[in-house]
Design a protein around this ligand. Structure first.
Ligand SMILES: *[C@@H]1O[C@H](CO)[C@@H](O)[C@H](O)[C@H]1NC(C)=O
Length: 249
């Protein structure tokens, strides 16, 4: 078989993203992969009925694939109307019913986050903290310790200085999931959005206690707090847009 015959035999077996990658290889591969027959096969797997029409609903099946099949990677956001300078976060944490942490945290402090992870934290947590996902972190000074047997709960409100309004981020959630490999105790709550955005729901605010093993069995040594909205927002601008859409009162 010639090279061309091999490609023509293999291309119909590929998934869309792989066929698209093949188009990047060289001119010959591109010319062959551009045959709309291959793209018709791919579209037919996803939307079989569309291939029952004599002509595709767009110019080519390749175009149809590009428009509806490919994941849209980049969404362009307008600059957010809020900034971290406008925000302050009210964070309260209880162990059983005793208040163990209660602070007003200025937005820029959460934005700056934990610059240098403290010595002694486990590798998984270090990798998580240095990872690309957008997160807000707060170093705790002084730290606090909590016995693992206690029920720990958290509330977070956010205030904006431009309008003096407040929104609820977390309403008394329990840190009931402990990730033992990354040394994080996690809690979440569903965000309440403004009635201006009636079709949005189901996005969570996550908050974690970042800890290391204390010398004492069964006690965690909390050195930081992390907050993120990883369901929906993975950059600073996305987080600010999400916060702007909350039910501010
Ligand atoms: C917080 O939770 C309490 C008790 O579940 C509820 O009564 C209250 O309405 C909630 N507040 C907000 C802002 O969601």
């Amino acid at each position: 078989m010639t090279c061309e015959e091999v490609l023509k035999a293999v291309f119909p077996l590929l998934e869309g993203p792989d066929l698209a990658s093949c188009m990047e290889v060289c001119k010959q591969w591109k010319d062959i992969a551009q045959d709309d027959y291959f793209w018709k096969c791919i579209c037919a797997k996803r939307w079989p009925s569309i291939c029952k029409r004599p002509n595709p609903p767009t110019i080519t099946y390749y175009k149809l694939y590009q428009t509806f099949y490919k994941r849209q990677h980049c969404r362009t956001l307008l600059p957010p109307r809020l900034s971290f300078d406008d925000l302050e976060f009210f964070i309260d944490i209880w162990a059983e019913n005793k208040l163990i942490f209660s602070e007003v945290v200025p937005g820029p402090v959460l934005e700056t986050g934990i610059k240098v992870p403290p010595p002694g934290i486990c590798d998984m947590l270090r990798i998580h903290l240095e990872g690309p996902e957008y997160k807000m972190t707060l170093p705790l000074e002084p730290r606090f310790t909590v016995p693992l047997s206690q029920t720990v709960s958290v509330s977070v409100l956010v205030g904006r200085k431009d309008s003096n309004k407040v929104a609820c981020i977390i309403n008394k959630s329990l840190f009931d999931y402990i990730d033992r490999t990354a040394y994080r105790a996690m809690a979440f709550d569903y965000l309440d959005f403004s009635p201006l955005y009636p079709f949005i729901s189901g996005f969570r605010a996550w908050i974690s206690l970042l800890f290391m093993e204390d010398g004492n069995e069964g006690v965690i040594d909390v050195f930081g707090i992390e907050m993120d909205f990883c369901d929906a927002a993975n950059s600073k601008d996305e987080v600010l847009w999400l916060l702007d859409m909350l039910d501010w009162k």
